[in-house]
Design a protein around this ligand. Structure first.
Ligand code: NAP
Length: 251
């Protein structure tokens, strides 16, 4: 049997793809043959250019995922603009750092709403056409804090642990409809999200010393796992949280 990672004819939706991990995933999915819709709150000019360079179609959808208000519109725009939806990558996310004693309700709600609530309800909206067509792939961007508690990021740890749980919950229900739901747990990846850690000399050294691979990851390190999980090669993989972490969790 020929194993296929080819996404020709597929349509993907990636949230938060103007930068970082989302950008790398969107461009990699296009490189594997998919047309790609980008949903986010900032103009993804660079990502649109990079997708154009692959020869695939790109669709730009402006949406703020700090609430679930746009989720139905986003999926409707993908289907009307690109004809269908086969792959959803829930990547958009934020982080708020503070000591436990100082942690505010705003920092709790903002992270849970964007990283967990919008992820679930956008998945719900995308799962409808996927279930109706009998195929689909939902890929959630989880975190090492889906497994660990982290330092000074309690709402992020709660949200990302929730992402692992809801990935499995959705996978169980959608498996019989031909839709696989998985998550990728990136390790320490050099992006805007981790700029504060990279800039902190002590934390930066502690982090790199603990990673068996001995370096920060790059967004491109995550993209291959996304292409795999989006492809027919992963049709029997569902409900899994795949760490791509340079060995961090093995240690
Ligand atoms: P990033 O460069 O900060 O990217 C985050 C993306 O999410 C941006 O496109 C951002 O848009 C978007 N976003 C944030 N809030 C949004 C909102 N309300 N509506 C729409 N889009 C929104 O960071 P990243 O590291 O690539 O993060 C991507 C994902 O990976 C996140 O879920 C993050 O938690 C996860 N992750 C990252 C690491 C890491 O080490 N970097 C590790 C584990 C997991 P704007 O540019 O407009 O803010």
């Amino acid at each position: 049997m020929a194993i296929s990672f080819d996404l020709t004819g597929k349509v993907a939706l990636v949230t938060g793809a103007n930068t970082g991990i989302g950008q790398a995933i969107a461009v990699a999915l296009a490189g594997a043959g998919a047309d790609v819709a980008l949903a986010g709150r900032s103009e993804p000019a660079e990502t649109l250019d990079l997708i154009a360079g692959t020869g695939r179609k790109a669709l730009n959808i402006r949406a703020d995922l700090s609430s679930i208000e746009p989720v139905g519109r986003i999926v409707a725009e993908v289907v009307s603009g690109l004809g269908r939806i086969d792959i959803l990558v829930n990547n958009a996310g934020i982080i708020r750092r503070n000591d436990l004693a100082e942690f505010t309700e705003e920092d709790w709600d903002a992270v849970i709403d964007t990283n967990l609530k919008s992820l679930f309800f956008l998945s719900q909206a995308a799962a409808r056409p996927m279930a109706a067509q009998g195929s689909g792939k939902i890929i959630n961007i989880a975190s090492l804090l889906s497994f660990q508690g982290g330092i000074r990021v309690p709402s992020y740890a709660a949200a990302k642990s929730g992402v692992a749980g809801v990935t499995k919950a959705m996978a169980n229900e959608l498996a019989a409809r031909g839709v696989q739901v998985n998550a990728i747990a990136p390790g320490y990846i050099a992006t805007n999200n981790t700029a504060a850690l990279q800039a902190d000399e002590t934390r930066n050294r502690q982090i790199v010393e603990r990673i068996p691979t001995g370096r920060w990851g790059s967004p491109d390190d995550i993209a291959g796992a996304a292409v795999f999980l989006a492809s027919a090669a992963a049709d029997y993989v569902t409900g899994h949280v795949l760490a791509v972490d340079g060995g961090w969790l093995a240690r």
